[in-house]
Design a protein around this ligand. Structure first.
Ligand SMILES: C[S@@+](CC[C@H](N)C(=O)[O-])C[C@H]1O[C@@H](n2cnc3c(N)ncnc32)[C@H](O)[C@@H]1O
Length: 243
């Protein structure tokens, strides 16, 4: 029997959309779009990046502008300047691409560079429901908890200890949204080179670490998971909306 940690907040895609509205975002960037079920809920001018879009319905929704780039996030950040594409600041970034920690770390490094001090970067899937779903390659057949065998967070949970250790200047808030959490990162510093400078050291430090049941319990015991309502409507709200 595997240990399971449930989150009870709103669905992550509703939370992402609510944050873009709360911030009155002028520009939104989503890495990892798939069928656009989050992107369609966002109203502001947007950019979506995915090497293999699976869009079959309307993803533009109420947006006046939507730019889609069918390529990896690495290629996108190498070749394009998101705020120039939208001719507006990138106020919110949602990172939901490849679920291996070194890819998400690079997505974060690149996103912070194209954001601004009062921007918001949101990471998906960093609060896993069980240890099995943190496997680096999704292998549903081998999973013990058959009900959750289709869920895969990969090992992007490692971004939390990495940012806590290497970037204590960032404000990193874990939010309990369904199904596997949302990490809201503010107090950004687009000029910081700390993660870039230590990239290979960080990868070597964390590559051999796996999450087991005991590790999952320690992971949750050692962090505060904030309620989405507190961020959207409570004391924390003004901290996230920014000046
Ligand atoms: C979990 S899905 C995204 C779901 C979407 N954000 C949503 O909320 O509905 C992950 C997506 O990441 C994409 N992906 C895989 N490798 C990527 C990469 N290197 N750069 C950007 N996206 C990538 C996959 O093609 C897939 O569509």
């Amino acid at each position: 029997m595997t240990h399971t940690h449930w989150h009870s907040g709103p669905l992550y895609s509703d939370f992402v959309a609510a944050m873009t509205r709360a911030k009155q975002a002028r520009g939104y960037l989503e890495v990892g779009v798939r069928d656009g079920s989050t992107l369609v809920k966002v109203d502001c001018p947007s950019i979506g990046v995915d090497p293999l879009f699976q869009i079959t319905g309307n993803v533009i929704g109420k947006k006046t502008r939507l730019h889609l780039y069918q390529m990896t996030s690495d290629a996108f950040f190498r070749e394009h300047a998101p705020s120039k594409i939208l001719d507006a600041p990138i106020d919110v970034v949602f990172l939901d691409g490849l679920h291996q920690f070194e890819f998400l770390l690079r997505d974060f490094i690149n996103s912070e560079k194209v954001s601004h001090r009062h921007g918001l970067i949101m990471l998906d899937d960093c609060l896993p429901a069980n240890a099995e779903m943190t496997e680096r390659y999704h292998d549903p057949e081998a999973r013990l908890d058959r009900d959750l065998a289709g869920w895969w967070t990969g090992d992007v949970w490692k971004l939390l200890p990495i940012l806590e250790k290497y970037r204590p200047d960032l404000r990193v808030t874990s939010v309990g949204v369904r199904p596997t959490g949302s990490i809201c990162i503010t107090n950004l510093d687009p000029t910081s080179t700390v993660l870039d400078d230590h990239f290979y050291r960080i990868v070597d430090e964390y590559r051999g670490i796996d999450m087991d049941d005991a590790g999952l319990l320690r992971f949750y015991e050692s962090r505060r998971i904030v309620d989405a309502q507190t961020i959207l409507h409570g004391f924390e709200a003004s901290l996230f909306v920014g000046p």
